[in-house]
Design a protein around this ligand. Structure first.
Ligand code: NAD
Length: 501
């Protein structure tokens, strides 16, 4: 029996009313286990109205009081970690360890948001001119919306709503229709933590719900995380409807391995960064660029047996290192790209196309794949594969590797593995990428820094969480004040105090 999921509006779960549903699968078995309601424009409007009605009370709640709700929410996530991970993995397919790790990264943003009284302190200039003081303050934007991808159904929403709510906004989350249950459960935990009804709403849906949010005049800011074509559309449509928009998008992350790199460290890093979460990470390493033939030979030789040995299996088997990918469609897209790589002349050193797991014959599995001798004109180099496929592009020298990365359309993350401080420093300074790792393969910034790429990996002016999050979810107001100067002229104040200062 398939379970029918709901929306979360005004502090309660509500049934979908549109009559439209999206299938939610258990990717390990291929079975449809749940149906997610796909909201109509009217259902989205109802959520926006609730968020608008809750705005006055929440935005005038003192920041320290708002932080108390987040402190409680933090404790509730920790208490409910096993349940959240099970919900997440069951719909997404990633291993329970990967699920818990990602929830932990979301939790760090909640912890950062707990410091909101300090983060919202404004600036003050005494005597900008004679008798004139100036102060600036950050005020909430209003009703905000978040549209999130399938690959991190807890972490990515937690990049957004804790920051937005801490800043005094109300929020509507539109999670991915592939794995919507975590979003609903997180909203329920926020209510349990003491969040007033209507402040955080979750509307499940597809393009119809997204378009309703993008065109609703009461939605003032939209955060999006997902693929580049959709992000481009969200940014253009949101901006055309006078909204503040941040759209974090797709990626193709390169890892340079210099001849002097610690090869064991580089290989360990590449295995985790390319194949963890079955490669369904916007910060996954998908291109390895060894510099020099000898480095390339050593790297591929060391990688091949490790990739071949990766244990693929269902999320709840503790032996699984990698789960299935999210849908049959995603699996077919990945297999199609692997076939194109072979046709276009790349060398498939490890072939993971044929995974046969007893009892999971209909699961959406793809085994680890490793391509060598990839060139920059191939589709497997240009496109985001979003699966467990690492491509090796050999570079003759460091400059060639850097030029290759700088010329790629995407600019999310990158890494260099080297023992040479000079090369590392040059790389960090000159590479045209938003997040850079030096001997760190997945340089996802900690929550008090900000996350965001360059080029086709981010549209908008603000990265997410950290101080960029505070800036995105607040409007700056600057107040210049002059008061009738009474001290010297014997004002009431002066008289009352009987002072002759
Ligand atoms: P997606 O773009 O298909 O979907 C993202 C969201 O947009 C979902 O909520 C979906 O319902 C909605 N959407 C889909 N089609 C739409 C349409 N035509 N009109 C309006 N809304 C639409 O992305 P996905 O497949 O869920 O996630 C994977 C992608 O997300 C990858 O490209 C990955 O790199 C990217 N991603 C980026 C980051 C980052 O921080 N840069 C983080 C995680 C994922």
């Amino acid at each position: 029996m398939t379970q029918e999921l709901q929306h979360y509006i005004n502090g309660k779960r509500v049934n979908g009313a549109s009559g439209r549903f999206g299938d939610v699968f258990n990717p390990a078995t291929g079975e449809v286990t749940k149906k997610a309601p796909l909201a109509s424009k009217d259902e989205v409007r109802a959520a926006v109205e609730n968020a608008k009605a809750a705005l006055k009370g929440w935005s005038s709640t003192p920041p320290a009081r708002r932080a108390q709700v987040l402190f409680k929410f933090r404790d509730l996530i920790i208490q409910n970690m096993d349940e959240l991970a099970e919900l997440l993995s069951n719909e997404h397919g990633k291993t329970l360890d990967d699920a818990k790790g990602s929830i932990g990264r979301g939790l760090e943003v909640v912890e950062f948001a707990c410091g909101i009284p300090h983060l919202l302190k404004g600036e003050f200039t005494e005597s900008a001119a004679n008798g004139v003081d100036v102060h600036s303050t950050r005020q909430p934007v209003g009703v905000c919306a978040g549209i999130t991808p399938f690959n991190f159904p807890a972490m990515v929403p937690m990049w957004m709503f804790p920051m937005a709510l801490a800043c005094g906004n109300t929020f509507i989350l539109k999670p991915s229709e592939r794995d919507p249950s975590c979003g609903i459960r997180l909203a329920e935990l926020m209510s349990e933590a003491g969040l007033p009804d209507g402040v955080l709403n979750v509307v499940n849906g597809d393009k119809e719900a997204v378009d309703a949010l993008l065109t609703d005049p009461d939605v003032k800011a939209v955060s999006f995380v997902g693929s580049t074509p959709i992000g481009r559309y969200i940014y253009a449509t949101g901006c055309a409807n006078d909204k503040r928009v941040q759209a974090l998008c797709g990626a193709k992350n390169h890892m340079i391995i210099m001849p002097d790199a610690d090869m064991d460290q580089a290989v360990d890093a590449a295995i985790g960064a390319a194949y963890g979460s079955a490669g369904e990470r916007c910060m996954a390493i998908s291109v390895a660029v060894p510099v020099g033939e000898e480095t390339a030979n050593r790297f591929v030789e060391a990688m091949a047996p490790r990739v071949r040995d990766l244990k693929v299996g269902p999320y709840n088997d503790p032996a699984s290192e990698m789960g299935p990918v999210v849908t049959r469609e995603a699996q077919q897209k990945i297999l199609g790209l692997i076939n194109s790589g072979i046709e276009q002349g790349a060398n498939l050193v490890v072939d993971g196309r044929d995974v046969n797991l007893q009892g999971y014959e209909n699961g959406f599995f793809v085994g680890g794949c490793l391509f060598d001798n990839v060139t920059t004109d191939m589709d497997i180099y240009k496109e985001e594969i979003f699966g467990p496929v690492l491509t090796v592009v050999r570079a003759r020298e460091y400059d060639e590797a850097v030029t290759m990365i700088n010329e790629h359309a995407y600019g999310n993350g990158t890494a260099i593995f080297t023992r040479d401080g000079d090369a590392a420093r040059d790389f960090a300074k000159n590479i045209q990428i938003g997040m850079v790792g030096v001997n760190v393969p997945i340089p996802v910034p900690v929550a008090y820094h900000s996350f965001g790429g360059w080029k086709d990996s981010l549209f908008g002016d603000h990265s997410i969480h950290g101080m960029e999050g505070v800036r995105f979810y607040t409007k700056l107001k600057t107040v210049t004040s002059r008061w009738p100067s009474g001290i010297r002229e014997g004002s009431v104040f002066n008289f009352a105090r009987g002072s002759d200062v």
